[in-house]
Design a protein around this ligand. Structure first.
Ligand SMILES: *[C@@H]1O[C@H](CO)[C@@H](O)[C@H](O)[C@H]1NC(C)=O
Ligand SMILES: *[C@@H]1O[C@H](CO)[C@@H](O)[C@H](O)[C@H]1NC(C)=O
Ligand SMILES: *[C@@H]1O[C@H](CO)[C@@H](O)[C@H](O)[C@H]1NC(C)=O
Ligand SMILES: *[C@@H]1O[C@H](CO)[C@@H](O)[C@H](O)[C@H]1NC(C)=O
Length: 308
């Protein structure tokens, strides 16, 4: 009986602080194999990769302070007997359906998150690493300026020849295809002041106004919402009229700040990497030490009651 009470206490405390629920939804008319990578210091979610048939969905729970990314792998074949295989786009190099800590091979459209802890979540869709399929993020149940963001457009159809990946199943970023410091925001171009949008990134930005089109595209690409849950939809176009009309009509967002964020809210810690890095609390450590404390207290209580 006491054990049960202890367990209830533990569960109640453990769930007291919520993180975010992620629902992955596949509206593509083909199978997508989502990949999930937790950033350093964040625990892995229930799955790091799985198969999601056309029309399918799956939800995953992330703890407070979790940060990481989601993307869709396409054209995967996994041997039904050994489970081994790979994907045409977004492959994570694990040779399995689970990515097990592997990140996406570019080009791939990314949905990136830093979950708060009763505080703001940060989220964005990034094409800095290229594009492989349309993807939007829809927040729900959150407070403040919670916009749907991402890329409804099929950029594979508009991809310039020099950026085309494979048979047209994905579109490289200019950095990925051409590799110069200027496109990659490296070397002399390694700061927001020197790395400017290119004609390629502007093409991405015009197609997907609320997505990162190059490394220093923060001002119109990072969004915040407090205590929300998120739906990540692959190929949203069929029912995404709302999101589509929400997106700013302008095609010159690189020089304007017409989009959803207030400039004061935009974290500017982006460094050499294509991945915007936000403050990353060590959530797993904090969580587990909290759990340990509760466990210790409840076992003391249990011990005490047993002996009395
Ligand atoms: C590209 O090739 C893959 C197999 O390699 C195939 O599944 C896919 O349908 C092709 N895509 C196009 C647009 O031809
Ligand atoms: C990025 O960080 C590295 C070290 O972590 C530093 O050497 C480099 O100057 C930074 N680049 C920018 C653009 O801040
Ligand atoms: C855009 O940003 C500039 C400088 O950051 C600011 O002065 C201006 O008021 C902003 N415009 C809008 C529409 O937010
Ligand atoms: C989340 O991070 C913040 C800031 O680092 C910290 O104060 C808070 O205790 C963390 N919450 C959890 C549940 O780990």
């Amino acid at each position: 009986m006491d054990l049960i009470i202890s367990l209830i206490v533990l569960l109640t405390f453990g769930r007291g602080i919520s993180g975010a629920t992620f629902a992955l939804l596949n509206k593509c008319d083909y199978t997508v194999w989502p990949g999930i990578l937790a950033n350093a210091g964040s625990s892995k979610l229930d799955s790091t990769g799985f198969e999601l048939g056309s029309g399918g969905s799956r939800t995953l729970q992330a703890p407070p302070n979790w940060s990481g990314r989601f993307w869709g792998r396409t054209g995967c074949t996994f041997d039904p007997n050994t489970g081994q295989g790979s994907c045409t786009t977004g492959d994570c190099g694990s040779n399995q359906v689970e990515c097990n800590g592997g990140g996406q091979k570019p080009p791939a459209t990314l949905a990136e998150f830093t979950v708060g802890s009763g505080t703001q979540d940060f989220y964005d869709v990034s094409l800095v690493d290229g594009y492989n399929l349309p993807l939007i993020i829809d927040p729900s149940g959150g407070s403040s300026n919670c916009l749907s963001v991402g890329c409804v457009t099929d950029l594979n159809r508009q991809c310039p020849n020099e950026l085309r990946f494979g048979n047209g199943s994905a579109c490289n970023s200019a950095c990925g295809a051409l590799g110069s410091d200027e496109y990659c925001c490296r070397g002399a171009y390694g700061s927001p002041n020197t790395c400017k949008p290119s004609s390629y990134s502007e093409m991405f930005k015009a197609a997907c106004p609320r997505a990162y089109s190059y490394a220093y595209d923060d001002a119109t690409s990072t969004f915040t919402c407090t205590s929300a849950d998120y739906t990540i939809t692959f190929c949203p176009s069929s029912t995404s009229q709302k999101a589509a009309t929400n997106t700013p009509p302008t095609t010159t967002t690189s020089t304007t700040n017409s989009s959803g964020t207030e400039s004061g809210e935009v974290p500017m810690e982006t460094n050499s990497s294509w991945l915007p890095i936000f403050s990353t609390g060590d959530s797993s450590k904090t969580l587990s030490s909290c759990t340990l404390l509760i466990l210790t207290l409840t076992s003391f209580l249990f011990f005490f009651l047993l002996n009395s």
